[in-house]
Design a protein around this ligand. Structure first.
Ligand code: NAP
Length: 240
Protein backbone atom coordinates (compact mmCIF):
# COMPACT_ATOMS: atom_id res chain seq x y z
CA UNK A 1 0.00 0.00 0.00
CA UNK A 2 1.24 3.48 -0.79
CA UNK A 3 2.51 5.33 2.27
CA UNK A 4 1.47 8.68 0.75
CA UNK A 5 -1.28 10.14 -1.37
CA UNK A 6 1.11 12.05 -3.62
CA UNK A 7 0.62 12.18 -7.38
CA UNK A 8 2.59 9.32 -8.95
CA UNK A 9 5.81 10.51 -10.56
CA UNK A 10 8.59 8.97 -12.62
CA UNK A 11 11.65 8.65 -10.38
CA UNK A 12 15.17 8.00 -11.66
CA UNK A 13 17.45 6.44 -9.04
CA UNK A 14 21.14 6.12 -9.85
CA UNK A 15 22.97 3.31 -8.07
CA UNK A 16 19.51 1.77 -7.66
CA UNK A 17 20.69 -1.83 -8.08
CA UNK A 18 22.47 -2.08 -4.72
CA UNK A 19 22.47 -0.98 -1.11
CA UNK A 20 21.05 2.47 -0.37
CA UNK A 21 19.92 3.17 -3.96
CA UNK A 22 18.06 -0.14 -4.11
CA UNK A 23 16.20 0.59 -0.87
CA UNK A 24 15.32 4.07 -2.19
CA UNK A 25 13.97 2.58 -5.44
CA UNK A 26 11.87 0.07 -3.47
CA UNK A 27 10.55 2.72 -1.10
CA UNK A 28 9.61 5.18 -3.86
CA UNK A 29 7.86 2.33 -5.71
CA UNK A 30 5.93 1.52 -2.50
CA UNK A 31 4.94 5.20 -2.38
CA UNK A 32 3.32 4.78 -5.79
CA UNK A 33 6.00 6.15 -8.11
CA UNK A 34 7.34 4.53 -11.27
CA UNK A 35 11.02 3.77 -10.96
CA UNK A 36 13.86 3.83 -13.47
CA UNK A 37 17.18 2.49 -12.19
CA UNK A 38 20.44 3.74 -13.72
CA UNK A 39 23.37 1.57 -12.61
CA UNK A 40 26.55 -0.02 -13.95
CA UNK A 41 25.05 -3.51 -13.44
CA UNK A 42 21.35 -2.76 -13.27
CA UNK A 43 19.91 -6.28 -12.89
CA UNK A 44 16.74 -7.62 -14.45
CA UNK A 45 14.03 -5.47 -12.84
CA UNK A 46 11.82 -3.59 -15.33
CA UNK A 47 13.07 -0.13 -16.35
CA UNK A 48 16.62 -0.86 -15.23
CA UNK A 49 19.18 0.70 -17.54
CA UNK A 50 22.93 0.06 -17.80
CA UNK A 51 24.33 3.57 -17.33
CA UNK A 52 27.69 4.82 -16.17
CA UNK A 53 26.86 8.18 -14.59
CA UNK A 54 30.15 9.61 -15.85
CA UNK A 55 29.01 9.01 -19.46
CA UNK A 56 26.71 11.84 -20.57
CA UNK A 57 25.81 10.17 -23.88
CA UNK A 58 24.73 7.00 -22.04
CA UNK A 59 22.66 9.10 -19.61
CA UNK A 60 20.92 10.96 -22.45
CA UNK A 61 20.17 7.70 -24.31
CA UNK A 62 18.72 6.05 -21.18
CA UNK A 63 16.66 9.15 -20.38
CA UNK A 64 15.19 9.04 -23.87
CA UNK A 65 14.07 5.45 -23.16
CA UNK A 66 12.61 6.53 -19.81
CA UNK A 67 10.61 9.26 -21.58
CA UNK A 68 9.35 6.78 -24.18
CA UNK A 69 8.52 4.02 -21.68
CA UNK A 70 7.44 5.90 -18.54
CA UNK A 71 7.14 9.63 -19.29
CA UNK A 72 8.56 12.83 -17.84
CA UNK A 73 10.91 12.55 -14.85
CA UNK A 74 9.73 14.27 -11.66
CA UNK A 75 12.11 12.83 -9.07
CA UNK A 76 15.87 12.29 -9.36
CA UNK A 77 17.89 10.56 -6.64
CA UNK A 78 21.66 10.47 -7.11
CA UNK A 79 22.85 7.47 -5.08
CA UNK A 80 25.54 5.99 -7.37
CA UNK A 81 28.87 6.22 -5.63
CA UNK A 82 32.37 4.85 -5.41
CA UNK A 83 34.48 4.92 -2.24
CA UNK A 84 38.27 5.07 -2.03
CA UNK A 85 40.85 4.60 0.71
CA UNK A 86 44.45 5.84 0.29
CA UNK A 87 46.81 8.09 2.20
CA UNK A 88 46.68 11.50 0.56
CA UNK A 89 50.32 11.39 -0.58
CA UNK A 90 49.68 8.07 -2.37
CA UNK A 91 46.63 9.27 -4.29
CA UNK A 92 47.57 9.59 -7.96
CA UNK A 93 45.76 12.16 -10.06
CA UNK A 94 44.08 9.21 -11.84
CA UNK A 95 42.79 7.90 -8.47
CA UNK A 96 41.56 11.38 -7.64
CA UNK A 97 39.81 11.81 -10.99
CA UNK A 98 38.12 8.40 -10.83
CA UNK A 99 36.54 9.09 -7.44
CA UNK A 100 35.59 12.68 -8.27
CA UNK A 101 34.21 11.63 -11.67
CA UNK A 102 31.68 9.21 -10.24
CA UNK A 103 30.75 10.99 -7.01
CA UNK A 104 30.65 14.61 -8.22
CA UNK A 105 30.78 14.80 -12.01
CA UNK A 106 28.19 12.00 -12.23
CA UNK A 107 25.81 14.10 -10.13
CA UNK A 108 26.50 17.12 -12.37
CA UNK A 109 25.66 15.13 -15.51
CA UNK A 110 22.50 13.57 -14.09
CA UNK A 111 21.10 16.84 -12.78
CA UNK A 112 21.93 18.81 -15.91
CA UNK A 113 20.27 16.13 -18.04
CA UNK A 114 17.06 15.94 -15.99
CA UNK A 115 16.52 19.51 -14.73
CA UNK A 116 15.12 21.05 -17.93
CA UNK A 117 12.04 18.82 -17.92
CA UNK A 118 11.45 19.58 -14.22
CA UNK A 119 11.67 23.31 -14.92
CA UNK A 120 9.24 22.90 -17.85
CA UNK A 121 6.81 21.06 -15.57
CA UNK A 122 7.25 23.59 -12.75
CA UNK A 123 7.78 20.69 -10.33
CA UNK A 124 10.76 18.55 -9.38
CA UNK A 125 12.53 16.85 -6.51
CA UNK A 126 16.27 16.18 -6.52
CA UNK A 127 17.91 14.33 -3.63
CA UNK A 128 21.67 13.79 -3.63
CA UNK A 129 23.23 11.11 -1.45
CA UNK A 130 26.46 12.61 -0.15
CA UNK A 131 28.25 11.30 2.97
CA UNK A 132 28.54 11.90 6.71
CA UNK A 133 32.30 12.06 6.09
CA UNK A 134 31.68 15.61 4.86
CA UNK A 135 30.73 16.66 8.42
CA UNK A 136 34.08 15.77 9.92
CA UNK A 137 36.53 14.77 7.20
CA UNK A 138 37.91 11.23 7.09
CA UNK A 139 41.56 10.24 6.85
CA UNK A 140 42.56 8.29 3.71
CA UNK A 141 39.38 9.40 1.91
CA UNK A 142 40.37 12.94 0.88
CA UNK A 143 39.28 12.41 -2.76
CA UNK A 144 35.93 10.91 -1.71
CA UNK A 145 35.25 13.53 0.98
CA UNK A 146 36.17 16.33 -1.45
CA UNK A 147 33.77 14.99 -4.06
CA UNK A 148 30.94 14.48 -1.57
CA UNK A 149 31.50 17.95 -0.09
CA UNK A 150 31.16 19.27 -3.64
CA UNK A 151 27.81 17.49 -3.86
CA UNK A 152 26.62 19.31 -0.72
CA UNK A 153 27.73 22.65 -2.19
CA UNK A 154 26.09 21.90 -5.54
CA UNK A 155 22.89 21.03 -3.67
CA UNK A 156 22.80 24.41 -1.91
CA UNK A 157 23.58 26.41 -5.05
CA UNK A 158 20.97 24.63 -7.19
CA UNK A 159 18.35 25.03 -4.47
CA UNK A 160 18.76 28.81 -4.77
CA UNK A 161 18.83 28.77 -8.55
CA UNK A 162 15.84 26.47 -9.12
CA UNK A 163 13.58 27.15 -6.13
CA UNK A 164 11.65 29.71 -8.19
CA UNK A 165 11.03 26.98 -10.81
CA UNK A 166 9.34 24.62 -8.36
CA UNK A 167 12.32 22.27 -8.04
CA UNK A 168 13.70 21.43 -4.60
CA UNK A 169 17.27 20.15 -4.21
CA UNK A 170 18.40 18.51 -0.98
CA UNK A 171 21.16 16.18 0.16
CA UNK A 172 21.14 13.22 2.52
CA UNK A 173 24.60 12.37 3.87
CA UNK A 174 24.42 8.80 5.23
CA UNK A 175 26.67 7.50 7.97
CA UNK A 176 27.58 3.88 8.68
CA UNK A 177 24.89 2.11 6.64
CA UNK A 178 25.02 -1.66 6.22
CA UNK A 179 25.48 -2.06 2.45
CA UNK A 180 27.76 -4.02 0.09
CA UNK A 181 30.03 -0.92 -0.16
CA UNK A 182 30.46 -0.76 3.61
CA UNK A 183 30.99 -4.54 3.98
CA UNK A 184 33.63 -4.51 1.21
CA UNK A 185 35.47 -1.71 3.05
CA UNK A 186 35.23 -3.75 6.26
CA UNK A 187 36.69 -6.81 4.50
CA UNK A 188 39.58 -4.66 3.28
CA UNK A 189 40.26 -3.68 6.92
CA UNK A 190 39.39 -0.03 6.30
CA UNK A 191 36.73 0.35 9.02
CA UNK A 192 38.34 -1.09 12.14
CA UNK A 193 36.10 -2.97 14.58
CA UNK A 194 32.47 -2.42 13.56
CA UNK A 195 31.24 -3.31 17.07
CA UNK A 196 33.27 -0.44 18.51
CA UNK A 197 31.68 1.92 15.99
CA UNK A 198 28.23 0.67 17.03
CA UNK A 199 29.13 1.33 20.70
CA UNK A 200 30.14 4.88 19.75
CA UNK A 201 26.92 5.49 17.79
CA UNK A 202 24.27 7.23 19.94
CA UNK A 203 21.41 4.99 18.75
CA UNK A 204 23.65 1.90 19.22
CA UNK A 205 23.15 0.24 15.87
CA UNK A 206 24.29 0.39 12.25
CA UNK A 207 22.06 2.22 9.82
CA UNK A 208 19.93 0.28 7.34
CA UNK A 209 19.45 1.33 3.71
CA UNK A 210 15.76 1.75 4.59
CA UNK A 211 16.71 4.52 7.07
CA UNK A 212 18.08 6.55 4.17
CA UNK A 213 15.15 5.62 1.92
CA UNK A 214 12.68 6.99 4.49
CA UNK A 215 14.43 10.38 4.53
CA UNK A 216 14.63 10.48 0.73
CA UNK A 217 10.95 9.53 0.38
CA UNK A 218 10.02 12.45 2.63
CA UNK A 219 12.20 14.93 0.73
CA UNK A 220 10.71 13.67 -2.55
CA UNK A 221 7.14 14.12 -1.33
CA UNK A 222 4.66 16.94 -1.88
CA UNK A 223 4.72 17.90 1.79
CA UNK A 224 8.48 18.68 1.62
CA UNK A 225 7.90 21.55 -0.82
CA UNK A 226 9.20 24.17 1.67
CA UNK A 227 12.44 22.25 2.27
CA UNK A 228 15.28 22.96 -0.13
CA UNK A 229 19.03 23.42 0.02
CA UNK A 230 19.17 21.30 3.18
CA UNK A 231 21.68 18.65 4.22
CA UNK A 232 19.69 16.09 6.23
CA UNK A 233 22.13 13.85 8.11
CA UNK A 234 20.93 10.27 8.69
CA UNK A 235 23.65 8.78 10.84
CA UNK A 236 22.32 7.53 14.19
CA UNK A 237 23.51 10.72 15.86
CA UNK A 238 27.20 10.22 15.05
CA UNK A 239 27.36 13.67 13.42
CA UNK A 240 25.21 16.57 14.50
P1 NAP B 1 26.76 0.19 -3.02
O1 NAP B 1 25.99 -0.90 -2.39
O2 NAP B 1 28.12 -0.08 -3.57
O3 NAP B 1 25.86 0.86 -4.17
C1 NAP B 1 26.39 1.81 -5.06
C2 NAP B 1 25.84 1.51 -6.45
O4 NAP B 1 26.35 2.52 -7.33
C3 NAP B 1 26.30 0.15 -6.97
O5 NAP B 1 25.22 -0.53 -7.59
C4 NAP B 1 27.36 0.55 -8.00
O6 NAP B 1 27.51 -0.38 -9.05
C5 NAP B 1 26.78 1.85 -8.51
N1 NAP B 1 27.77 2.63 -9.23
C6 NAP B 1 29.08 2.83 -8.92
N2 NAP B 1 29.68 3.58 -9.85
C7 NAP B 1 28.72 3.87 -10.78
C8 NAP B 1 28.73 4.60 -12.00
N3 NAP B 1 29.85 5.17 -12.48
N4 NAP B 1 27.57 4.69 -12.70
C9 NAP B 1 26.45 4.12 -12.25
N5 NAP B 1 26.39 3.39 -11.11
C10 NAP B 1 27.51 3.28 -10.38
O7 NAP B 1 26.98 1.39 -2.00
P2 NAP B 1 26.00 2.12 -0.93
O8 NAP B 1 26.67 2.01 0.38
O9 NAP B 1 24.60 1.71 -1.12
O10 NAP B 1 26.21 3.63 -1.42
C11 NAP B 1 25.17 4.42 -1.98
C12 NAP B 1 25.59 5.88 -1.85
O11 NAP B 1 25.68 6.22 -0.47
C13 NAP B 1 26.95 6.18 -2.45
O12 NAP B 1 26.91 7.44 -3.09
C14 NAP B 1 27.87 6.22 -1.25
O13 NAP B 1 29.00 7.01 -1.49
C15 NAP B 1 26.94 6.82 -0.21
N6 NAP B 1 27.33 6.56 1.17
C16 NAP B 1 27.21 5.33 1.74
C17 NAP B 1 27.55 5.14 3.08
C18 NAP B 1 27.41 3.84 3.79
O14 NAP B 1 27.60 3.80 5.02
N7 NAP B 1 27.08 2.75 3.12
C19 NAP B 1 28.04 6.21 3.82
C20 NAP B 1 28.17 7.45 3.21
C21 NAP B 1 27.80 7.62 1.88
P3 NAP B 1 28.59 -1.58 -8.92
O15 NAP B 1 28.30 -2.27 -7.62
O16 NAP B 1 28.31 -2.42 -10.12
O17 NAP B 1 29.93 -0.92 -8.92
Amino acid sequence: MSARNDAPRVAVVTGGASGIGKAIAERLAADGHQIAVFDLNPGEAPHSYAVDVTDRAAIDAALQRVHDELGQVGILVNAAGLDGFKPFLKISFEDWQKVVNVNLHGVFHMIQAVLPEMVDAGWGRIVNISSSSTHSGTPYMSHYVSAKSGVNGLTKSLALEFGPSGVTVNAVPPGFIDTPMLRKAEERGMLGDINKTIEATPVRRMGKPEDIAAAVAFLASEEASYITGQILGVNGGRNT
